[in-house]
Structures are given as C-alpha cells and as structure tokens.
Design a binder for this molecule. Structure first.
Ligand code: FES
Ligand code: FE
Length: 477
C-alpha cells in the first residue's frame, strides 16, 4: 500500500483500495484431493485429516471462519457491560452485553499495533483500554479516544474506521450465544435446522431455560479437535470398554449393554449429531447421586407435556451430542464443552456445567460436584478418554502410519425412514452414522469457496414455530 501526505492541507488517502484488500485474504482454493480423504460409502477415513498442517489451515478458513461457533451462555453476561473472552478456533474474541440488551462480539486485539486488548476471562466493563499506547474502546467496539489524538487526525486517520473488528453475526438459541465470522453465512436457525428439535431436550425442558454454574474449567489435550467431537457425536461403543472400571466405581456395575437396546438411535442434521437411548437417567446415574435421578424422574411428566413423551425419555438418558463443528455436551451428566483447536495436534478444552435454571439449589450443587468427579481434568471418565484422544492423534506422526485409512462404517444399513423424527435417523446407538454425517458436512464446507456452494442436504421439515411450545398461544391470550 502506498500512502502520501500532502505537504499542506488535509492529508490525501490515496491507497486506491489496497487497504480493503489487506483486510481480508481472498478465499483460498480448496485443497486438491480432499474427496480422496473420505469415502462415505465404504466408511473409510484418511488419517491425514488429523495430522496434515495444510488440512488444518483450511479448516481454520473453511470450517471455523464460516460456521456458527459457541461463544457464551447468556447467563454468563446478564447485565450491560458484562463480558467474557473466548475463542473462535484460534481467534480470541470479547463477547459483551450492550446497553440495549443485545450482544456483540469483537476480535480481542487492538487495531493500532495488534496488542491483546483484554487479558481477563470475564467481568464487567464500561470500555476497554489497550495496555500498549492507551487507545480506548467502548463496549460497542467503537474507538473512543487515544493520547495525541490530534496527531492521528493530522495524519488523515478517520477514528470511525478503527474500532474493534466485529464478529460478523451474533445470535442466540435458547440461552446459547453463537458467533459467525462470515457475513454471508446462513442464519443460526438455518445452521442448526431441525437439530433444534433435539437441542430443546437439553435447553427447554420446562420453559425456564438453563444456566452455567461454577465457572469454566480449562485444560489442554494433545489431540486433533475432531477426535473428541467424533467421540461425543455418537461413540457409546467406547464407553463399554474404555469406561468399564470408572463405571464400576461410579455405578457399582458395568455400563449397560446398549448393543442390545432395541430402542436406541443415532440422529443427525447438518453435521450435528445426537446418540441416545430412552432410559431417562442412564447418563445421570454415572454421577453416583440418586437425588439427581429423582429430580429427573420428577420433572419428566412436565417435560412430556411440553416436548412429548418421546423426548421426555431423553433428558438424562445414555446419550452424547456434538454440534458442528466443535461444541459437545452430555445430557444427564450435564458437562458442556468446546474443543478449541490449537494446531492439528492440540486442543484447549473449555468445560462448564449446565443446569435447568429452575432446579433446586441443592440439585445444582450436586450436579456441579458430579461433573467435576466425572468430566473434569481429574474426572474418572475424562482421564479415560484423554489418553485415547491423544494416542489416536499421536500415532499419525509416523509417515507410513498416516497413509493408512481408518474405518467408520459401523451401522451402514440401519437408516430408519418414516420414523416420524426429524433429521436422519438410524436404529441402534452403537453406530457410526453420525461420524459419517459429520465428515460429509466437513467435506462439503472444505470443498466450497463460499456458503452458496455448500449443498443443502438436510432440508428442514419443521417450521420455526415448532420450537415455541404454545408460547405464541400464551402470548396471544
Ligand atoms: Fe493498542 Fe497501540 S497497540 S494502543
Ligand atoms: Fe468417554
């Protein structure tokens, strides 16, 4: 970029559009041969997806910079000026409640010389001041002032152009705040699609909503980010073996033999997946606290009234969930987590405990203790999983090893048509249907130059009004 300053009068801005181009790299061409990494018909997956640095760089651009990513729970930022700092992949962002109640998010970096702006995890602020030269920004991201302002003005700088870089789209679904870096991405509602039908099992049991309790636990695991996403999108298969000893400690016996459960499922929509059976409290039971089970049985009739009998049996059942690309949670165990990528071989895991807002305080406390005992860095199940995640990634350092394919064909031929449930539905939760759907979405995004090139595979069957449960009728009355 060339910029000249006239010797007298107002400095000229003669960059001829180069500064616009500097702001954003043009979309890169999709990596050649991506389609050879995945064969969904035979259920084969190349190990390159876990190890190749070029694949990872493309994921940052084509998956994470274009998908809706979880930013915060609304309960973390109830008042104007409340903020949290978090990540959208490797981009650090500030998420802040505005005076009008809306939520905005910005890159957590000063547009002057690039210093990190906010070093805290959460708080309340009237504005943000950079440590380096003291530029100050409002909670709306606008540049408010700087020392020696007149010198900048004399250099032809327009303050309005140098606010914090905003996350292009921010939206909430039932308490969960998501952001999307791509202004051309479809709405959050479209992105979640009919998966909202299942999300409501966790987020909308009684119309009172949910909240995070007890803060965020952070840890690092040396694994590729997709390994734990796969694990949570539908891998009950591992629990019977990996978690056998932990389950015996927590339950006093082995994990239920879900192979034989005739009433269990894999469902997926737009690459999001949920595997579950209908035993109401199977996951919750692993916390080893019968009061939590009693609570779930106690609210089940109310949930049945709101969401129907079928979904009321999912509230704490043996189940696990991943929302594309990197958000996961476990109903009943109530761990809620984001696997932030840190290169192809490492993640930073952020974990919270999510509960119904309306639950008694004693039950909330029990849940917090239960999630810490099971799914924290020292939790009995998390330790089991972490080692598998790390070595499922690490083995691919071997040049010859990484040329070998992996198998994810379990459950081919189990698709249920006409089940009456939304999305793609498969019989038996011991399945890899959700893994294949995740990688289909992954491939679709990795191969597309822009959102309009992403195929719409799962057309919505339910209208938006299907997720309000009589609220409109109530409001009309
Ligand atoms: Fe922030 Fe200079 S880098 S004020
Ligand atoms: Fe596990």
């Amino acid at each position: 970029m060339t910029a000249s300053t006239a010797s007298t009068g107002t400095p000229a801005h003669d960059c001829t559009g180069n500064c616009e181009r500097l702001r954003k790299d043009p979309a890169s061409e999709p990596l050649p041969g991506l389609e050879r990494l995945i064969d969904l018909d035979s259920g084969r997956l190349s190990r390159r997806v876990y190890w190749d640095q070029r694949v990872y760089e493309q994921e940052l651009e084509k998956i994470f910079a274009r998908s809706w990513l979880f930013l915060a729970h609304e309960s973390q930022i109830p008042k104007a000026g409340d903020y949290v700092t978090t990540y959208m992949a490797e981009d650090n962002v500030i998420v802040v409640r505005q005076k009008d109640g809306s939520i905005k998010a910005f890159l957590n970096t000063c547009p002057h010389r690039g210093n990190k702006l906010n070093f805290t995890d959460a708080g309340n602020a009237r504005g943000f001041i950079c440590n380096y030269h003291g530029w100050s920004f409002g909670i709306d991201g606008a540049l408010r002032g700087m020392a020696g302002q007149e010198l900048f003005e004399a250099s032809g700088m327009d303050r309005a152009e140098h606010g914090l870089h905003p996350v292009a789209q921010v939206a909430s679904y039932k308490g969960l705040v998501f952001g999307n870096m791509d202004p051309d991405a479809p709405s959050l509602e479209e992105f979640l699609g009919d998966f909202r039908y299942y999300l409501d099992v966790m987020l909308d049991m009684d119309g009172e909503g949910t909240e995070f309790i007890g803060g965020c636990v952070k840890s690092e695991i040396r694994c590729n980010w997709k390994v734990p996403v796969e694990n949570f999108i539908g891998d009950i298969y591992h629990a019977l073996w990996t978690h056998d000893s932990a389950a015996r400690a927590m339950l006093g016996g082995p994990v239920a033999e879900v192979y034989k459960d005739p009433d269990s499922y894999h469902v997926n929509v737009n690459g999001h997946g949920w595997e579950f059976n209908l035993d109401v409290v199977g996951n919750a039971a692993t916390l080893g606290d019968k009061e939590i089970r009693k609570y779930l049985y106690g609210i089940q009739p109310k949930v049945a009234q709101r969401l129907g009998e079928f979904r009321s049996k999912m509230i704490g059942s043996i189940s696990s969930v991943s929302v594309f690309p990197n958000l996961s949670f476990l109903p009943g165990q109530n761990t809620f987590r984001v696997w932030h990528p840190r290169g192809p071989g490492k993640i930073e895991l952020h974990t919270w405990t999510i509960v119904n807002k309306s639950a008694p305080q004693d039950i909330k406390d029990r849940w917090l203790k239960g999630t810490m005992m099971t799914f924290s860095p020292s939790g009995v199940f998390e330790m089991d999983d972490g080692e598998n995640f790390e070595f499922s990634t690490r083995t691919n350092a071997g040049f010859v090893t990484r040329q070998q394919d992996l198998y994810m064909g379990l459950g081919r031929g189990t698709r249920l048509d006409g089940s009456g449930l939304p999305g793609n539905v498969y019989r038996n939760q011991v399945n890899e249907a959700n893994h294949r759907a995740f990688y289909q979405r992954w491939l679709d995004l990795m191969q597309a130059r822009a959102w309009h090139e992403v195929p719409e595979r799962d057309k919505p069957a339910l209208p938006d009004s299907a997720f309000t449960y009589g609220q409109q009728a109530k409001e009309a009355a």
